[in-house]
Unconditional design. Structure first.
Length: 413
């Protein structure tokens, strides 16, 4: 079990400058997107309004500790709960990090350092102090173990110290390294060298992250490419890279948005070898249309087909690849002639309910619009700490919820 300790921070400002490939590098203005958390008659809330994330500096340690203590008291947190120190800035650049970890140590709780690039570590000796304070796990944005590449692409002011810090973390706690793959930069032989180092240092896992450079890959806050001229890596190419890397090294290698070779995620239920598990699910007895992202569409369609319900339930994939990042713009591009009377949209998509209703009724046909489960599967960022049975269990619960929603709200067959 984990509990969050949010230290705040602003991307770019509270991380010693943007990395060359940073998602937020081209974001210049606040956006109000709309989501399921918005009030009924108001578009915009702290969850979907980007000014919330772009205007808050780091919180002082005493404030973070006070909020954490309140959460622990209100939720009756067990003593072995891990505190995940997280934020929108870089954790290694947080000026009160040592005071914060010392305070959490006094509470007797172990700690996970959320995504950190190490750019704030000028002296690798700080790692020893953090370990002594109770840091037992960290997610470290590696990109490459070559200091020159880190300096060029991450604008790391002290790349040698950052690499040494990564090595010490690997030797002293569970490290989940993370590398955004820029084709022609840190893949190929460079990735091989990074993996060899991580393996020899004792890293536990490596998350490979496909670089997003266009709107349909997830750049919904700015349509300007992060790095102009970078060749787009196809999903299949990236998937094969994850599989090959997993076979080659003694690391738990996963990928996001695809794949995890060990657990068959995402959508383990779509694999033929797991087809028998679908017999557990309730039969589909109503008609509906499922809206999802381009990547998920193929998998969900396969599951619906294996359930014997493709005649009654159709799946429409948007040009937006990631379902959770679907916006109003993506829904407006859907051909309404393909949409049935009941529509299931992704639970976490960035569209206000009343906007979704307006879009799907714009052709004069009254349709019922409902949000599906928040997550039908898990990607490599989550599955790296899960077993195959964990993933199957999660998917079975999620698809059972989806089927119950279809059967209850859809037009009966």
């Amino acid at each position: 079990m984990q509990i969050m300790a949010d230290v705040g921070g602003i991307p770019g400002k509270n991380c010693r400058g943007f990395c060359e490939y940073c998602y937020f590098k081209t974001v210049r203005e606040a956006k109000i997107l709309g989501c399921k958390n918005c009030p009924p008659g108001q578009i915009g809330c702290p969850h979907c309004s980007t000014d919330t994330n772009m205007t808050r500096d780091y919180f002082p340690a005493y404030q973070v500790l006070s909020t954490l203590q309140t959460d622990i008291f209100q939720r009756n947190i067990p003593q072995d709960t891990m505190v995940n120190i997280t934020g929108d800035g870089d954790i290694s650049c947080y000026p009160d990090l040592l005071n914060l970890t010392r305070g959490i140590k006094d509470m007797g709780l172990p700690m996970h350092l959320g995504y950190t690039s190490g750019k704030g570590i000028d002296d690798a000796n700080i790692v020893d102090t953090l370990i002594n304070h109770g840091v037992v796990e960290t997610t470290y944005t590696t990109f490459s173990t070559d200091p020159a590449l880190r300096k060029r692409w991450m604008h790391d002011p002290t790349p040698e110290a950052s690499v040494e810090a990564l090595k010490r973390f690997c030797e002293s706690c569970d490290v989940h390294a993370a590398s955004i793959i820029i084709p022609g930069v840190n893949d190929g032989e460079e990735l091989a060298r990074t993996c060899e180092n991580l393996e020899s240092w004792g890293a536990k896992a490596l998350i490979l992250m496909r670089f997003a450079n266009t709107r349909n890959q997830g750049l919904i806050l700015s349509e300007k490419p992060i790095i102009p001229g970078i060749e787009q890596q196809s999903i299949e190419e990236f998937k094969q890279l994850v599989i090959d890397t997993s076979k080659e090294y003694n690391l738990r290698v996963t990928g996001t948005p695809v794949c995890d070779p060990e657990t068959d995620s995402p959508y383990a239920l779509a694999k033929d070898k797991n087809k028998e598990y679908l017999e557990i699910l309730t039969p589909i007895k109503a008609e509906a249309t499922i809206i999802t992202g381009k990547i998920s569409a193929e998998y969900i369609s396969k599951i619906i087909e294996n359930l014997g319900a493709s005649e009654h339930v159709n799946v429409i994939g948007t040009e937006q690849e990631i379902a959770c990042l679907i916006t109003e713009q993506d829904l407006r591009e859907i051909n309404l002639e393909e949409v049935k009377d009941t529509v299931i949209i992704p639970g976490r998509c960035f569209v206000h309910d009343m906007v979704a209703e307006e879009i799907f009724r714009s052709d004069g046909k009254f349709r019922l619009i409902h949000r599906g489960p928040d997550l039908l599967t898990v990607d490599g960022e989550m599955s790296g700490t899960l077993t195959k049975n964990d993933v199957l269990k999660h998917e079975l619960y999620a698809f059972e919820d989806l089927i119950e929603l279809i059967n209850y709200m859809g037009v009966k067959i």
